[in-house]
Design a protein around this ligand. Structure first.
Ligand SMILES: N[C@@H](CCC(=O)N[C@@H](CS)C(=O)NCC(=O)O)C(=O)O
Length: 235
């Protein structure tokens, strides 16, 4: 089965959480909008629907007859098919809960540069962004990362279950994104999150992911995506 991933070209964004699962699974996939003519296909799917579903926003994934949207739903779907999710109901439920909490963190990271209007440029809402980012750095990053650290202390080397899952890949990505966007704030909390940092390193060293991260399929972080480096927002 070849998957079709529909996501904006040029940014990691939420699509990256899906790419990491597909890459670690060794699954074949087409990153549709990065192919010639692919943006038209993405726009058509948003306008007219795909496989009987009209997705609200990218990312969405076509897996044969199945079309699935919402990042966590996609990651859990692919993870369960490729041994990157717990197999028992309790483990699956725990995985979804932690993955959704990471998704909340991703949304809050986005809101630091778009605290008022998502449809207008960062530069039009800089004053509010400075305030929002201060609270994010001082309270929210520490709270979310402490939550992940506590789960690792409780569960062991991985966030849920006994094997690496899509949740660990999401934790890797969010730590990488926060480190790109808020290097000073992240450096300051390093002593408090040793297990999370060790997990980040272990995920990055997984052979398929290491190859992916070194390839040109892995787009660099930039100031169009969710995790943006605006030094003034890093305090
Ligand atoms: N909760 C959704 C959010 C999807 C989302 O916000 N996608 C962004 C790109 S990362 C988008 O294109 N949004 C367009 C919009 O909200 O109008 C998910 O996790 O997939």
């Amino acid at each position: 089965m070849t998957y079709d991933l529909f996501y904006w070209p040029g940014i990691q964004g939420r699509g990256e959480f899906v790419r990491l699962v597909l890459e670690d699974a060794g699954a074949e996939y087409v990153d549709v909008a990065r192919q010639p003519g692919g943006m038209k296909q993405l726009q058509a799917a948003l306008a007219e629907g795909l496989g009987g579903v009209v997705p609200f926003a990218p990312p969405f994934l076509r897996a044969g007859d199945v079309v699935i949207s919402q990042t966590v739903a996609i990651c859990s779907f692919v993870g369960e098919r490729h041994g990157l999710a717990p197999s028992d109901p309790g483990g699956r439920a725990a995985a979804i809960a932690v993955a959704l909490t990471i998704a909340d963190l991703v949304s809050e990271a986005h809101d630091t540069h778009h605290p008022i209007r998502v449809d207008q440029a960062y530069e039009t809402q800089k004053a509010a962004a400075l305030e929002r980012a201060k609270g994010f750095r001082e309270l929210r990053i520490p709270k979310f990362t402490a939550y992940l650290e506590r789960n690792l202390e409780r569960n062991g080397a991985v966030l849920v279950g006994s094997e690496i899952s899509y949740v660990d890949l999401a934790a890797f990505q969010v730590v990488e994104g926060l480190t790109y966007a808020f290097p000073r704030a992240m450096q300051a909390i390093h002593p408090k999150i040793p297990k999370l940092l060790a997990l980040r390193d272990r995920v990055a060293a997984r052979p398929r992911l290491a190859a992916y991260l070194a390839s040109d399929r892995r787009l660099p972080f930039n100031e169009k995506g969710i995790f943006r480096r605006y030094p003034e927002l890093d305090g």
